[in-house]
Design a protein around this ligand. Structure first.
Ligand code: NDP
Ligand code: OXD
Length: 310
């Protein structure tokens, strides 16, 4: 019987174990740190595991991440180099992110916060309302999440542009690729959504230079990673009036420190890294599919390319 270790900094084993056992009755799952003989462990199912933990499993065959972004795992210097790392791509993360992006884009577009503030002040005042077909949403990162969000925004009639590392064809989306096309993409992005993975190339990408290339009055939504945003540059762009607002779900330090200026900035809306949460029922079905593929000797999907960092 194959054996897996489950270790997560945030996922409750009491929730995951029944789902894992139901989806994979032939898999024995042990919860870190009660793992018995480390040499018996075949698979690791993890999210932000303790640093060095994976290096202590001598017969590990595959590492399955419970999250889509594996930047933290790649920073572990003891991450076994030869063991494939598979990231989570499942309907719960994708549908959650699509809902988050649609919610935030519509709230910006329909001036929801303005009307909420007016209600609180007892003000009856109507503002001009554009149609979605006249507004361009730019998505940084046209991968699993970015392309799914693009399709739903199109269904709401927004014009959608996307930026990726290599050229991508998503029907109806104006595609831009690479550093050479970034400014042309930004110039039309009235609402910019960041769904990039954190890599050496994307760290600090949301900076003063990028904000200056956006149209005046643009909004920025960051649901990628906190280290992609230069916090002080965002505050300067908001305070100067160049940017109208920002929606932030991810931060350099999480939880966001109590004294961070984002908490009270009038143009910042923040959520505590909840854009897309994995869901034990659906994520486990995906894990079962991936483990079955591996055991049949078939190629797994969503294996991380460590050389490109995502
Ligand atoms: P994918 O790997 O499927 O897509 C990544 C996209 O980013 C691809 O289009 C890729 O280009 C593009 N990209 C990567 N590097 C660059 C670069 N240097 N320049 C331009 N484009 C680049 O990832 P997912 O869509 O599954 O996830 C994206 C990220 O979302 C995760 O890494 C994670 O950080 C974040 N996330 C956040 C969550 C939250 O709750 N806030 C939940 C889940 C994920 P190409 O297509 O050419 O490869
Ligand atoms: C993820 C996340 O990467 O939740 O899955 O941020």
């Amino acid at each position: 019987m194959p054996v897996a270790v489950f270790a997560s900094a945030t996922d409750d084993p009491a929730q995951w174990l029944p789902a894992l056992r139901a989806a994979m009755p032939a898999l024995e799952v042990r919860v870190w740190p009660e793992i018995g003989d480390p040499a018996e462990i075949d698979y690791a199912i993890v999210w932000k595991p303790p640093a060095g933990m994976l290096a202590g499993l001598p017969n590990l065959k595959v590492i399955y991440s419970l999250g889509a972004g594996i930047d933290t795992m790649l920073r572990d210097p003891a991450l076994p180099a030869e063991v494939p790392l598979v990231r989570m791509v499942d309907l719960s993360l994708t549908e959650g992110m699509v809902e988050f992006v649609a919610e935030q884009v519509l709230a910006i577009h329909r001036q929801a916060r303005t009307y909420r503030a007016q209600q609180a002040a007892g003000v009856w005042e109507q503002h001009d309302q554009r149609l979605a077909r006249d507004v361009t949403v730019g998505i940084l990162g046209l991968g699993t999440l970015g392309s799914a969000a693009a399709r739903v925004l199109q269904a709401l009639n927004f014009r959608v542009a996307g930026w990726s590392r290599t050229p991508k064809a998503v029907e109806g989306v104006e595609g831009f690729a690479g550093a050479a096309q970034l400014d042309a993409f930004l110039a039309q992005s009235e609402i910019l959504v960041c769904l990039l993975p954190l890599t050496a190339e994307t760290e600090n990408i949301l900076d003063r230079r990028l904000f200056a290339a956006l149209p005046r009055g643009a909004w920025v939504i960051n649901a990628g990673r906190g280290h992609q945003l230069v916090d002080a540059d965002l505050i300067a762009a908001l305070d100067s009036g160049h940017l109208a607002g920002a929606v932030l779900d991810v931060f350099r330090t999480e939880p966001l420190p109590a004294d961070h200026p984002f908490w009270t900035h009038p143009k910042v809306v923040l959520t505590p890294h909840v854009a897309a949460n994995n869901n034990a029922t659906y994520a486990t079905l995906r894990l079962a599919e991936q483990i079955a593929r591996f055991e049949r000797g078939e190629p797994m999907q969503d294996v991380v390319d460590r050389s490109r960092g995502y």
